[in-house]
Write a protein that binds this ligand. Structure first.
Ligand code: DAK
Length: 259
């Protein structure tokens, strides 16, 4: 499928989604958000895809929502823009396949926020993270106040959001915003290797792990454990559970079928 601002490639069971507006540092305008919306639906409906990598073309991952487009919005248009972005980010976050953000450069504002809607973040040493919105007269609007606090704790989230300061990849690693930092030229290989490891496991189990973790983070421990028990039980209705355990007992390689 062809898009103007997004490239969708398939590499076996892995999809690579590249936000491709390098001249605007991949800033998210409505057009790009609408394309991403279609891309996420496409990924959801493609049973061959078992893991997704999201990255940016050129020197930025995503330098935020498109300030040029946002600058003259009135309150109604601002709300519409916010609803569109949040819908796409939430769709990505709840996509029933793991998404790895391969953060190649600036991940600011909406860029930091879209990386946080992914399951895992691998950063190039050149990556920079930040929520600069307060310096532009707005609050983060694509989940930054919520997902950043959940990821790095309230204190650090407040520091980053109130100061609007950028941090480098090592600092992002230190505070738990990213999972791993690698040399720029190793970024995509590292992301692909991790995606392949994920794709080698039982897809239904991985999908249920994702929803149990995501849902469980939003509720009390008893409800969360109940979600986990439901997910655990559901696995026993799959062929892949039988295959995984039989292969172990028979000391042979497993062959999962996503069933
Ligand atoms: N939007 C539009 N264009 C951008 C952009 C952005 N966010 N970031 C960069 N660009 C454009 C620049 O204008 C420049 O365009 P030309 O002048 O070449 O036409 C081109 O990309 C290259 O950028 P620079 O020349 O500035 O490149 P440098 O390497 O010198 O600087 C930089 C890189 C990342 C430090 C700098 O570009 C920068 O500070 N960019 C802005 C970063 C930023 O503030 N991002 C946060 C945006 S606020 C909402 C929901 C969500 C949001 C808002 C509302 N609702 C609920 C309503 C989210 C808000 C944000 O994300």
């Amino acid at each position: 499928m062809e898009f103007k601002n997004v490239i969708l490639e398939k590499n076996g069971n892995i999809a690579i989604v590249t936000i491709n507006r390098p001249n605007a540092l991949n800033a998210l305008n409505s057009e790009t958000l609408k394309e991403l919306d279609i891309v996420v639906d496409t990924l959801a409906n493609d049973d061959e895809i078992l893991a997704v990598i999201l990255t940016g073309a050129g020197k930025a991952f995503v330098a935020g929502a498109d300030i040029t487009e946002m600058k003259d919005l009135n309150a109604v248009q601002g709300r519409k823009f916010g609803i569109l972005g949040n819908k796409v980010f939430r769709k990505l976050e709840t996509l029933e396949k793991p998404v790895i953000a391969a953060v190649n450069g600036f991940a600011l504002g909406g860029g930091c926020e879209i990386s946080m809607a992914c399951d895992i973040r691998i950063a190039s040493k050149k990556a920079k993270f930040g929520q600069p919105e307060s310096g532009l007269g707005i609050t983060p609007g694509f989940g930054g106040t919520q997902r950043l606090s959940r990821l790095v704790g309230m204190g650090m989230a407040k520091q980053l959001i109130y100061t609007a300061e950028m941090i480098n990849a090592d600092e992002a690693l230190r505070i738990g915003l990213v999972n791993k930092v690698v040399e720029p030229e190793k970024l995509m290989d590292e992301a692909k290797e991790m995606a392949k490891k994920i794709a080698n496991n039982a897809p239904i189990a991985v999908k249920l792990c994702k929803s149990a973790i995501n849902k469980g983070m939003q509720c009390d421990i008893d409800t969360a454990i109940a979600y986990e028990s439901e997910a655990f039980g559901e696995c026993f209705a799959t062929e892949d559970q039988k295959e995984g355990m039989t292969a172990f007992v028979e000391k042979r390689d497993k062959c999962f079928k996503n069933r």
